[in-house]
Design a protein around this ligand. Structure first.
Ligand code: NAD
Ligand code: ZN
Length: 360
């Protein structure tokens, strides 16, 4: 058993509390990882607010991390102590029908098909003050050590800087893949990206890499526009600068609507605005943001031919593709370092959330 620090969410609506926890050794088929760096994704904020379904408290959040294998359980063959890895909030078992389908990345052995806050054997490796603490998405990267199933671990290049590539565990891969894999943005096309957080800015990068000729970045925080332009946005629009709905503004800017739109915020009104912003016939809208409520739309939006789809982690088959993304990063095919705005010591994790809330 390892004793180390972890940021525990004891109850919804409370800040995280950095505690000493016990992390049990990995059981058969599991890997214990020393987490070196983790990003903060807005999905972690959804947990703290209690707005994500199927999360049980107390829980250790965090799902955008990178680290080094500390020890392995019986039967683990794909990684060994000392390997650099990214724990995967969406695993790839390689055996289920979705893993076997080249078009799918939603492994059926994931907690999405079987919601749970424990490891696959229904037990936890975390405890604190005599209490069992739940895992989150099997990865719980807000802990100095975490235990995950082997099929939720991607071994990456030994040269990868962990404080930079932790973003590949969620935000960067999600946004970049939403453009490349889910929307399949074509060269010369026009895109609109709603929300310019870590995820939305990565969508901008993906649209650019796919050869889009016009990328319209939309955010109510104009401070985000300089970075969006640096990453490839050609136009930046703040909905608060207009009286009419943003979908009308975008439709006028592009005559008939964009080819691809992306919602990377997680609000009902912006989901509908993003859907209505893509052209009525061949437009594709990708839902990236996580909604915590139901949504109703005018069916005519789809009847005329639009496609509305969602993405999980940008459509990547994670174990296979995330190491390749890390290699592309090392070859400088894109610069995801531009997404990193602040670096804080672990004890200041709540300050990280304050910066997120402040739009910084
Ligand atoms: P973030 O908080 O860093 O960014 C959100 C951005 O949206 C901010 O820049 C904010 O100013 C902007 N915004 C808020 N309201 C707006 C409005 N009405 N109009 C325009 N812009 C508005 O969040 P993030 O970490 O980038 O995550 C974005 C969303 O993606 C979250 O809902 C998160 O849960 C979700 N997510 C989904 C997946 C997936 O696999 N589908 C993965 C990661 C994150
Ligand atoms: Zn995330």
């Amino acid at each position: 058993v390892i004793r180390c620090r972890a940021a525990v969410a004891w109850a919804p609506g409370k800040p995280l509390s950095v505690e000493e926890v016990e992390v049990a050794p990995p059981k058969a088929g599991e890997v214990r990882i020393k987490i070196v760096a983790t990003g903060i994704c807005h999905t972690d904020d959804h947990i703290l607010k209690g707005s994500l379904p199927n999360v049980e408290f107390p829980v250790i959040p965090g799902h955008e991390g990178a680290g080094i294998v500390e020890s392995i359980g019986q039967g683990v063959t794909s990684v060994k102590p000392g390997d650099k890895v990214i724990p995967l909030c969406l695993p790839q078992c390689g055996e289920c029908s979705f893993c076997q389908n080249p078009e799918s990345n939603c492994c059926q052995k994931s907690h999405f098909s079987e919601p749970q806050n424990l490891l696959p054997d229904k037990t936890s490796r975390f405890s604190c003050k005599g209490k069992q603490i739940h895992h989150f998405l099997w990865v719980s990267t807000f802990a100095e050590y975490t235990v995950v199933p082997e099929y939720a671990v991607a071994k990456i290049d030994a040269a990868a800087p962990l404080d930079k590539v932790c973003l590949f565990g969620c935000g960067f891969s999600t946004g970049y893949g939403a453009a490349i894999n889910t929307a399949k943005v074509k060269p010369g096309s026009t895109c609109a990206v709603f929300g310019l957080g870590g995820v939305g800015l990565s969508v901008v990068m993906g649209c650019k890499a796919a050869g889009a000729s016009r990328i319209i970045a939309v955010d109510i925080n104009s401070d985000k526009f300089a970075k969006a332009k640096e990453l490839g946005a050609t136009d930046c629009v703040n909905p608060r600068d207009f009286k009419k709905p943003i979908q009308e503004v975008l439709t006028e800017m592009t005559r008939q609507g964009v080819d691809y739109s992306f919602e990377a915020i997680g609000h009902v009104d912006t989901m509908i605005a993003a859907l209505a912003s893509c052209n009525m016939n061949t437009g594709v809208c990708v839902m990236v943001g996580v909604l915590d409520s139901e949504i109703s739309i005018d069916p005519v939006l789809l009847l005329t031919g639009r496609t509305w789809k969602g993405t999980m982690l940008g459509g990547w088959k994670t174990r296979e593709c995330i190491p390749k993304l890390v290699s592309s990063y090392l070859e400088r095919k894109f610069n995801s370092d531009l997404l990193i705005t602040h670096t804080l010591p672990f004890a200041k994790v709540n300050e990280g959330f304050e910066l997120l809330h402040a739009g910084k």
